[in-house]
Design a protein around this ligand. Structure first.
Ligand SMILES: [Zn+2]
Length: 325
């Protein structure tokens, strides 16, 4: 696997943006035939704000036959647990874009994801799919980070400054918001359609491999750890990747690029505006007032034209609305 490490092309093309680290040994003592993880790639959001050539100009910068695995929508037992077992058995590291609500419900799985050495990233608090005001979208981003950070607290680890929009539905203004927060907007390079209701596990496997090969044999793949079909075919997918000569690259934030977790709105307003003597009712009213004012301010500022329009909506998703990617 070392043959792909330290790609000179990558270093030249992306000097200062993405640093290729020396290859990690695919140290997998319990499984000598494991696919393993060939190396890590560190992403600095300040230099690389938008990644994934399904929507953006910039694909995940990889060498030939290198794959970054990403999983969305978890954690959710028992599927996420199964996915973690499979990855562990192959010593493969991935990135998980978690839903904050799920992270609150299953913090032990979030902790396991982090303790297994995977990258933990954000996919909003509630995975909203309908069009929302920009203010609400920002709340979803920030609340997602708060929930994931809370779940990770006992591990001493922080969520990565990587964010993926639900359904990949984004706007330039929201991307600018992320950029201002030091967070990379992570689209994907390709999909395996594993959220479709009617797709079979074999169909997921076939799409994942065909699309990887069609794009020249490298890229960031989007899967869903909450889908039983995905967990079912994952061992076969990893086996096929190994047999076809692919290697896995682990995406991590650049050093010092940890996500700043914004203070919870309730705490901010309460400390500034609600003296202890006030009744709980009065406090709630003040909080609501501040929330409304904040949302209105956000909506009328430079995000005024940020109403999600779906103009970045991938064609593939338009064709089949059978699920929620
Ligand atoms: Zn999703």
């Amino acid at each position: 696997m070392g043959r792909f490490q330290g790609s000179a092309t990558l270093g030249v093309a992306l000097a200062g943006m993405v640093l290729a680290s020396p290859a990690l040994a695919a140290d997998c003592p319990d499984n000598p035939d494991a696919l393993g993880t060939s190396r890590t790639i560190t992403v600095d959001p300040a230099a690389l704000a938008r990644i994934g050539d399904m929507q953006y100009r910039q694909a995940m910068p990889l060498g030939p036959k290198e794959v970054v695995l990403t999983f969305d929508d978890g954690p959710a037992p028992p599927m996420t647990n199964r996915v973690l077992e499979i990855l562990q058995s192959e010593c493969v590291k991935a990135t998980f874009f978690l839903i904050g609500r799920n992270a609150r419900a299953f913090p032990a799985i979030v902790q396991q994801i982090a303790n297994d050495g995977h990258t933990v990233a954000n996919h909003t608090q509630n995975h909203p799919f309908a069009t929302m005001s920009p203010g609400r979208c920002i709340q979803e981003i920030e609340n997602g980070y708060r929930s994931i950070a809370a779940a990770l607290e006992s591990t001493g680890k922080k969520p990565a400054p990587f964010f993926r929009f639900p359904g990949l539905k984004t706007t330039p203004a929201l991307e600018n918001y992320l950029r201002g927060r030091g967070i990379s907007a992570m689209s994907t390079d390709f999909l395996a359609d594993d959220w479709y209701r009617r797709i079979t596990p074999d169909g997921i496997l076939a799409k994942a491999l065909a699309r990887l090969e069609a794009r020249g044999g490298s890229g960031m793949m989007l899967l869903h750890d909450v889908k039983p079909g995905t967990a079912l075919i994952l061992p076969q997918l990893l086996k096929e990747l190994k047999e076809r000569g692919y290697s896995i690259v682990h995406m991590m934030p650049a050093e010092g690029a940890a996500t700043m977790i914004a203070e919870a709105p309730a705490a901010t307003a309460a400390s500034a505006e609600a003296p202890k003597a006030r009744s709980a009712k009065r406090r709630q009213s003040v909080l609501a007032q501040h929330r409304r004012a904040r949302i209105k301010k956000q909506e009328t500022a430079n995000l005024a034209e940020a109403k999600p329009t779906g103009r970045y909506w991938p064609r593939i998703i338009e064709k089949d609305s059978g699920g929620n990617p």
